[in-house]
Design a binder for this molecule. Structure first.
Ligand code: FE2
Length: 264
């Protein structure tokens, strides 16, 4: 089975009434989040990497009960562990109502206020990086921004299902309206996407320092989105199909050997 070897819990905020954890796969910068209303017990997992249940402390997830799993979007640069985690734990998978995946999921949509594991989670439809992309505002405090707003950057739109027009609307008509104090936790950090090594930010910092948010016109934004990006991830179309359920992981492994050993 696929076993990502390099993962690290970078951040934990916890008290009697709250737990919020960020896990980062260090070689790719992919982030997974865990939160719930008690330090242990029922929890929500967002954007789990493949085989993520191994990383639930202290061993095998015995002290966490995963009730809900959310993929902010259909990932194009790594394999999602959402379906595997749901089948192992009995958790429900939540995704945006427009998500084109073959598995069952509970549809969520813009403006919905969900009570998940004792915490309020507001759903923001934030298309642009992908049409089905959602961001999650947890407890009016943490914005899990997926690959829409990154730290000092934004998610690329050239991986097959993106739209510069939609991302422009998402950033300038929706996300910049959030209060400065809201903390930002993206789905990717590190050199591949952001200009810094920081693991979190705030809306206030990003409004002032994120280069993409300083652009005044759509034409300037379009230029930013179409110039100077690194090469596309290897086999991103294959990852999308696996994550959609169109191709089984084993079949993908036969097609591309490195899918099996940790590229995703
Ligand atoms: Fe993505």
């Amino acid at each position: 089975m696929y076993r990502p070897a390099i993962i690290k819990e970078n951040l934990q905020i916890s008290d009697r009434n709250f737990v919020f954890r960020q896990y980062v796969r260090k070689d790719t910068g992919c982030c997974t989040y865990l939160f719930g209303a008690t330090p242990f017990g029922d929890c929500v997992i967002v954007d789990p990497l493949m085989d993520f249940e191994r990383f639930l402390p202290p061993s095998g997830g015995k002290e966490y009960h995963v009730k809900h799993v959310i993929d902010t979007h259909i990932h194009a640069d790594h394999l999602s562990g959402a379906r595997e985690l749901c089948s192992l734990t009995g958790a429900k998978l939540l995704m945006h109502e427009s998500s084109q995946v073959s598995c069952e999921f509970e549809p969520i949509g813009d403006g919905m206020n969900l009570n998940l594991c004792g915490l309020n989670v507001k759903v923001l439809h934030t298309p642009g990086h992908a049409t089905e992309h959602v961001s999650l505002l947890v407890d009016d405090r943490f914005l899990l921004s997926g690959d829409s707003l990154l730290i000092r950057d934004v998610g690329r739109t050239d991986l097959g299902r993106g739209s510069n027009e939609q991302l422009y609307q998402t950033l300038f008509k929706k996300l910049v309206l959030l209060e400065d104090k809201i903390e930002v936790y993206p789905a990717h950090i590190g050199a591949k996407h952001s200009l810094t090594g920081e693991q979190s930010s705030t809306m206030g910092i990003e409004k002032h320092l994120n280069p993409a948010l300083q652009l005044k016109t759509f034409n300037e934004f379009l230029q930013y989105m179409t110039e100077g990006w690194p090469p596309k991830p290897n086999n991103y179309e294959l990852y999308i199909k696996v994550n959609q359920g169109q191709i089984r992981l084993e079949e993908a492994q036969r097609l591309v050997q490195h899918v099996a050993v940790g590229e995703a």
